[in-house]
Structure formats: structure tokens, C-alpha cells
Design a protein around this ligand. Structure first.
Ligand code: ASP
Ligand code: MG
Length: 458
């Protein structure tokens, strides 16, 4: 019988009703597969726990009291409805004690913060296990071991895969309904760690690899990946299948897909990942898998809005090694993430795109480092730009895609301000004025007939 890992996101676990729905979803899948469930915390709970930990450390007693009360009520209500009170009550008491301890010392370390946030998944897994008549297992009990970089801990993969197989396989061979906490693991010393926000996806793919699952389902409240954002393009269509590379590329553009590192174990062990919607169980979703596509087209037209374009110019940069390094270093030093880079062969200017929210920091760092040392003569800034991307592995090695992309954009009189394409040819990205972004996306969607209108008419 095949094995499937099903991961439920926080929105799918919003309350007792939703959790029952998830349990039904699992039972349906169990008709022809063995299922291991992985759960996130109930929607919004991780954020509340982070706030709670900060409030406790800061000595903000009113906030601590309110937040604890809200968490308690939400989980107790769900537990009462699902018959899980006996499992949930001791967890809530432990959380109380932990938070009191943090308040007493008035200090929050990354390690104690991990201890606090871990209660989100400890609680949700207990609720889900009750709804399913199964057994809740923490990431640590499952065998996932990480380094001690609390908050963003990295799984020690070989050891984790081995231990998960040792610990979980006997349970499922016994027909046990296992519910694993997403996001949580432990260091080699057995201290609770978390593997980064959204990390439950990663937990699911680690389990999939360890148990040699046939498929991993990542379930949330969207049907899957689309050819474009349906709020921008009315005839945007659900993609039934894409490759791992395309999925990673789309994730960068905010297409609700997965935790970026989560794809690695699945891709490496060639386990297909299905992105599904728990609220629309008849929809098969989008399959992320080794994919052969019709050459010469794109899969998706996407956009990142609220960006800023910085152009660093000056003759002193020409032929001078190290200029790019000093730009990137200056930005890295202040924690600014670069979204797009473009430089021409004349070397007289380098353009970069950053999130609008990071512009002030980026600009100050570059002024400081480049203008003062006369490495650059001028830094031009354009606020409110959008990065538009045509994504698809099938453009690889096919001439003429770029000309169609820019031809389509030109037809709607949108000016392109900077362009970047990596040699992997997975996407062509370009920068336009913010309010022209949606027009450019629609132009691409139409040019490549991603809505399938023309092929349907034909
Ligand atoms: N609960 C964690 C978070 O909100 C992990 C997850 O949802 O995947 O980031
Ligand atoms: Mg979450």
C-alpha cells in the first residue's frame, strides 16, 4: 500500500470544525494509502506565542495575561469539542509555567523562544490526534535532529532520515494513525528547536523522504499554483503540474507554495509534492514533480510589487574589480535582501531591486560605503516599481521567448527599466513602474495564452 504524508497548514486547523474536516480528509486518503499527518499550529497561534514570549520578557504583564488567556480559550474550546481536554490541559499548564519563568528572569533567548512557540504545534497535534483517533508525536520523538541555531535550525539530514524511519515506520506498519508536529525538532542535546517559519512543510518532506512516501501533500486554503494571481488576471488557471525548479522560482514571487528549503528532500528523493486545498477536497491541486513540458512556452506570469530600484553609477566603477562585491557587502551588512541584479557590459551602472520597506536602509548603507569612498558617483532611486516575471523551465534553450515577452509588454505601452535573466533560463524578470505591473502581467498571460482561451476556441 502506498504511503502519503499530508501536511495541514494553520488555516486548515482554525478551529474544531476545521480540524474535523482535516480528519475526514485523512480518512478519505486512507481508503487507498497509509497516511502520516503533519500539522502546523492553529492559524495565527505561532504569531501569538511569539508576542507572548516577548511580552513576558519585557515585563508587560497585561499583554502576557491577555495573550495567555486568548490561547487558553481557543485551545480549550477546540479540545472540548473534540474530546481532547485531557491532552490539552497539561500542555496549557506547562506553557503557563514556562512563560512565568521567562517573566521572572526578564530575558528571552532564542532557545527559550523556541520552547514557547513549540506549544502551538504540541497543542494542534493533540487536537488532530483526538479528531483522528490517533497518536500525537513531536518532531523530536519522530527523530528530527538539528543544529543549535534556534529559530532557524537546520536538520542534520542523514541522522534525521535514519531516526524517523526507525521511529515512525513501526508505528505505521502497525496501522497507527500518526500525527507529527510540524516545525519542531530537537538539537543533539535534546533541546527543543524550530526549523524556520513555515517549517512544517519541511517536516513533511523530511518524513516523506525517510518513509519513502509515494506522495507528499501540502494542504492549505488555496487550490494550488496558478498561471497568475487571479486578482490580476481574470482567466488565471490552476496549474495541474510543474517542476521542482519552477515551484521554487514561483515561491520567490510570493506564489503561495512552500517553505523554500522544503522542496529539497522531495526533489532529491524524487517524491512528488501535491499542493492541495482542504476546503476543496475534490480539486486535485498542483503536482510538483519531475515534469516534461511542451517546449517554448512559459508557465506563469507573476509580479512582486512595492519594490525599489537603485542604480549605482559612475565611471570609477568601470573595469574595477570588487565594485559589485562592495555593493553587495554593504547591503548584506545591514540585512537587506536583493531581489534582482542587473549590470551591462559597459560596467558603468549596476541596478538592483530591493523591497520598498528596505529602501531607506539600503540607501543609507550604499551612500555611506560608495559615495564617501567615491567608488560610485551617483545613486539613483526609483520608488514604487514592480518586478514582473515570466516563469517556466520550457523556455530553456528556445530562442524567441524574450522577444515575445518584451513584444507583449511593448504592445501595452509599458516601459521596461531593467532586465535580468539567470543562465538557468527558468525565468525572465524585468522592472516596470509599479502601476504598470498588472498590465504587464496581463500582457504576458495573454501572449502565451496561459488561460487556455485560444487553444479552447481552436
Ligand atoms: N507554525 C509555524 C509558523 O507559523 C510553522 C508552520 O506553520 O509551518 O511558522
Ligand atoms: Mg503557520
Amino acid at each position: 500500500m502506498r504511503t502519503i504524508i499530508i501536511k495541514f497548514g494553520g488555516t486548515s486547523l482554525a478551529g474544531a470544525e476545521c480540524i474535523r474536516g482535516c480528519a475526514d480528509f485523512v480518512r478519505e486518503a486512507e481508503k487507498d494509502a497509509r497516511v502520516v499527518s503533519v500539522v502546523s499550529a492553529m492559524g495565527g497561534v505561532t504569531d501569538t506565542l511569539l508576542e507572548l514570549a516577548a511580552a513576558a520578557a519585557a515585563g508587560n504583564r497585561a499583554a502576557k495575561y491577555t495573550l495567555l488567556g486568548a490561547l487558553r480559550k481557543r485551545h480549550e474550546d477546540a479540545a472540548a469539542a473534540l474530546g481532547a481536554t485531557d491532552g490539552v490541559a497539561p500542555l496549557l499548564d506547562k506553557l503557563d509555567t514556562l512563560v512565568a519563568g521567562i517573566a521572572a528572569v526578564g530575558e528571552l533567548t532564542a532557545r527559550s523562544q523556541d520552547a514557547v512557540v513549540s506549544f502551538g504545534e504540541r497543542l494542534s497535534s493533540t487536537l488532530m490526534a483526538a479528531a483522528l483517533g490517533g497518536q500525537a508525536v513531536t518532531g523530536e520523538q519522530a527523530g528530527i535532529v538539528t543544529d543549535d541555531n534556534h529559530g532557524e535550525a537546520e536538520p542534520l539530514m542523514a541522522l534525521s532520515l535514519y531516526q524517523v524511519k526507525e521511529n515512525i515506520k513501526p508505528l505505521i506498519d502497525h496501522g497507527e494513525n500518526v500525527v507529527v508536529t510540524g516545525f519542531l525538532a530537537a538539537t543533539q542535546h535534546g533541546v527543543t528547536s524550530t526549523i524556520g517559519r513555515g517549517g512544517s512543510d519541511y517536516t513533511a518532506t523530511i518524513l516523506g523522504a525517510a518513509l519513502e512516501a509515494e506522495e507528499i501533500w501540502i494542504c492549505s486554503d488555496v487550490d494550488g499554483l496558478m498561471t497568475a494571481d487571479p486578482r490580476i488576471v481574470a482567466d488565471a488557471k490552476l496549474l495541474d503540474r510543474i517542476s521542482f525548479d519552477e515551484s521554487l522560482e514561483m515561491g520567490q514571487f510570493g506564489a503561495k507554495s512552500m517553505h523554500p528549503r522544503a522542496l529539497e528532500p522531495a526533489a532529491e528523493h524524487r517524491i512528488p509534492v501535491r499542493i492541495r486545498n482542504t476546503f476543496n477536497p475534490t480539486c486535485p491541486g498542483t503536482l510538483v514533480a519531475d515534469t516534461v513540458v511542451e517546449p517554448g512556452t512559459i508557465r506563469s506570469a507573476l509580479m512582486l510589487k512595492d519594490c525599489a530600484l537603485l542604480t549605482i553609477a559612475g565611471a570609477a566603477m568601470v573595469g574595477r574589480p570588487g565594485t559589485a562585491a562592495s555593493i553587495f557587502q554593504a547591503l548584506a551588512d545591514v540585512g537587506v535582501n536583493i531581489q534582482l541584479i542587473s549590470q551591462t557590459v559597459s560596467e558603468a551602472g549596476i541596478s538592483i531591486v530591493v523591497a520598498g520597506s528596505q529602501l531607506a536602509r539600503a540607501r543609507a548603507a550604499l551612500d555611506n560605503k560608495l559615495l564617501r569612498t567615491k567608488t560610485a558617483r551617483r545613486i539613483d532611486v526609483e520608488e514604487n516599481v514592480a518586478v514582473v516575471a515570466a516563469v517556466g523551465s520550457a523556455m530553456h534553450g528556445i530562442p524567441g521567448i524574450a522577444s515575445r515577452v518584451f513584444g507583449a509588454v511593448a504592445k501595452c505601452a509599458v516601459n521596461v527599466e531593467a532586465i535580468a535573466q539567470g543562465s538557468s533560463e527558468l525565468s525572465i524578470c524585468f522592472v516596470v513602474k509599479g502601476d504598470a505591473g498588472p498590465d504587464a502581467v496581463r500582457a504576458l498571460h495573454d501572449e502565451f495564452d496561459l488561460g487556455g482561451q485560444r487553444s479552447a476556441d481552436a
